[in-house]
Design a protein around this ligand. Structure first.
Ligand SMILES: [Zn+2]
Ligand SMILES: [Zn+2]
Length: 613
């Protein structure tokens, strides 16, 4: 990503170009000014820049209407065109309290600032010493703020932002607090980028995985089954099987061994792994069996794989040991957090654990990174970002295993491996896993939307909790390192991504139905069935549409279902052992011998090609 310009880290380890951050943040202030002009009683609370734009929360007598947003937006343009300065000023605590004496929300934020507990967005900080309180003023509006801002509104293109929506939000996200009204805006450097973003949003609506998932009969949810528990229909079942076949093939080539582990297990295992009690909120509540033992649904596969490692004595000759499983896990996501396939309560994970020595670490880690890249190529994922997530010294012993030396060493090992892989990455402090540094992977769909894929984690702590050892060359017992990885994430999230990425038009190898045979008249049905049988013998997924519909309707139906090939059969084709091939794009390849169609289709499937012909 934009490595040529200075970046700023905001929120929870996210990054944005500094210049854009200043513009978005300044727009939030300008919006607050405009809102106060129309709603003098409104109380501005917090207004941070966010990904793609900004928002501001107001305590106000009534919700904002679309007409309000239009007026506010127009007024913002006027303020921007006045070319006013943003002026920073340090103030004493007393002065700050006097300035915001009519705004209890700002006074609460000042309390947090003075106590060094939180910043002006109410986000937790670890600031030390007496805080410097600053305010920024533009035109008629002054806000409690640490900046940074643009120097003058002339830096902001008045046509490169737009207010998108307004909705209710509780003060500090707590439903016991007063309800505020939040206005969202999107903002970019140029009007072109804004238009591109708005177009992408429109495209994303059309490609919504929940909408397409239903239309293409891939998955659904059922009230009697429960929220967050997807049911995969036959088309979804095919996609899952194809992904697993791909993973199995790729992983076998890379020396992985496949294992299987149960879905429920005794409490003791998760106590040992450290998931309990800390992770209990994210797990389904336990069930007590008649032996008095408490059992849990597994939230992850790691402890089971550790047990398989420990099932027999290991020597350095056994390492690296790579155990893989498409393991089904259960997590108790809050019902408000559930979202289509993106946030679910049952998930099938492309999981594996690699146990290796320190000397083997870099090569193994590289191998995993290369696996990610190989998959990206297969799925046509052209844009991705990798982030090396590090510990923080303050978090040692709390958020992170208390062993600074080991942290620095493993972080260095990962950093070196990444550099040697030649993959661009950036680093973020205080974002690691409890037991080691990790690589977080973001991928972007064909329309540029960002998805969080799985992480690639190094674990230097848990193997010891499970007493995992190997006998080294020198006869000494040592503890292996463990790499947790899941390049394809979970089926749920990854298929959700793929639906958007391909707009439901999956590549031939992945398409639930690859070809549909369409007889022009009933006398062609038997021939179609023979051709279908032949294609199936070669492993193709084929259907014959022998329904009563007219041919044009059958073609339209197949196109709606995004079936790659429509093979149309009339007298001419039947007599010459041919099919007339139409692609789902509408392109007509005309008649060709069945053998010719088959040969090309099989080649595309074999090569995991993204091409349709
Ligand atoms: Zn501010
Ligand atoms: Zn794991």
């Amino acid at each position: 990503m934009a490595n040529d310009q200075p970046m700023i880290t905001y929120g929870k380890g996210k990054q944005m170009p500094l210049s854009l951050y200043k513009k978005r943040h300044s727009l939030a202030h300008i919006m607050a000014q405009a809102v106060l002009e129309f709603f003098p009683d409104a109380k501005p609370t917090i207004g941070p820049p966010v990904e793609n734009g900004f928002y501001y929360d107001f305590y106000v007598s009534r919700p904002f209407t679309p007409e309000d947003l239009q007026r506010i937006e127009a007024r913002m343009r006027e303020i921007i065109n006045k070319h006013v300065d943003f002026v920073r000023r340090e103030v004493s605590e007393a002065e700050a309290r006097a300035l915001f004496k009519d705004n209890p929300f700002k006074l609460e934020l000042i309390d947090g600032l003075v106590q060094g507990k939180s910043d002006e967005f109410g986000e937790k900080t670890q600031a030390n010493g007496a805080p410097v309180i600053t305010v920024y003023t533009q035109d008629t509006f002054t806000d409690l703020c640490r900046g940074p801002h643009v120097e003058n509104t002339r830096e902001i293109n008045p046509d490169a932002f737009k207010l998108t929506q307004s909705s209710g939000a509780y003060w500090r996200g707590d439903e016991r607090n007063p309800m505020l009204q939040r206005i969202y805006g999107v903002a970019f450097d140029t009007p072109e980028e804004l238009q591109q973003y708005l177009h992408m949003q429109e495209e994303a609506r059309k490609r919504d995985h929940r909408k397409l998932g239903a239309e293409l009969e891939i998955f659904f949810f059922d009230e009697e089954v429960g929220p967050g528990l997807p049911l995969w229909m036959p088309n979804g079942g095919v996609i899952i099987e194809q992904l697993e076949a791909l993973a199995k093939r790729v992983e076998e080539e890379a020396g992985y061994l496949r294992v299987r582990t149960p879905h429920v297990t005794k409490e003791a295992l998760f106590l040992r792994s450290g998931h309990l009690p800390y992770y209990a909120d994210s797990m389904f509540p336990p069930m007590t069996l008649d032996d008095g033992e408490r059992y849990y649904l597994k939230p992850m596969n790691c402890p089971f794989h550790h047990k398989i490692y420990a099932a027999k004595p290991r020597s350095y000759r056994d390492l690296p040991l790579r155990l893989a499983e498409y393991g089904t896990c259960y997590r108790y996501e809050q019902s408000g957090e559930l979202f289509g396939l993106m946030r679910v309560r049952s998930m099938q994970m492309n999981d594996a654990h690699i146990y290796c020595t320190e000397e083997q670490f870099e090569e193994e880690f590289l191998g995993v990174v290369n696996l990610y890249l190989r998959y990206f190529k297969i799925f046509g994922i052209e844009k991705y970002v990798m982030r090396l997530s590090l510990h923080s010294d303050e978090g040692l012993g709390k958020k992170y295993v208390d062993n600074k030396e080991l942290w620095l060493k493993t972080e260095d090992m990962v950093r070196n491996a990444m550099r040697h892989a030649g993959v661009p990455f950036y680093e973020a402090e205080n974002e690691a896993a409890f037991y080691g540094p990790k690589i977080d992977v973001q991928i972007f769909s064909a329309i540029g939307r960002e998805f969080t894929l799985a992480t690639n984690q190094v674990d230097f702590a848990v193997p010891a909790r499970f007493n995992l050892t190997y006998t080294d060359r020198d006869g000494k017992e040592k503890t292996p390192l463990c790499i947790h990885r899941a390049p394809l994430g979970t089926h749920e999230r990854f298929i959700g991504f793929l639906i958007e990425h391909f707009a439901g038009a999956f590549p031939v190898w992945l398409a639930p139905v690859q070809a549909v045979l369409i007889p022009i008249a009933d006398r062609h049905i038997a021939y179609c069935q023979n051709v279908a049988a032949e294609l199936r013998q070669h492993g193709m997924r084929v259907r014959v549409d022998d329904g009563a519909d007219r041919m044009q309707n059958k073609i339209r139906k197949a196109q709606t279902m995004k079936i790659p090939y429509m093979l149309i059969v009339g007298d001419k084709e039947q007599q010459s052992g041919a099919v007339a091939v139409r692609l789902r794009t509408g392109e007509d390849l005309k008649a060709m011998p069945v053998a010719q169609f088959l040969e090309n289709a099989l080649r595309l499937i074999r090569e995991y090609s993204l091409a349709l012909w």
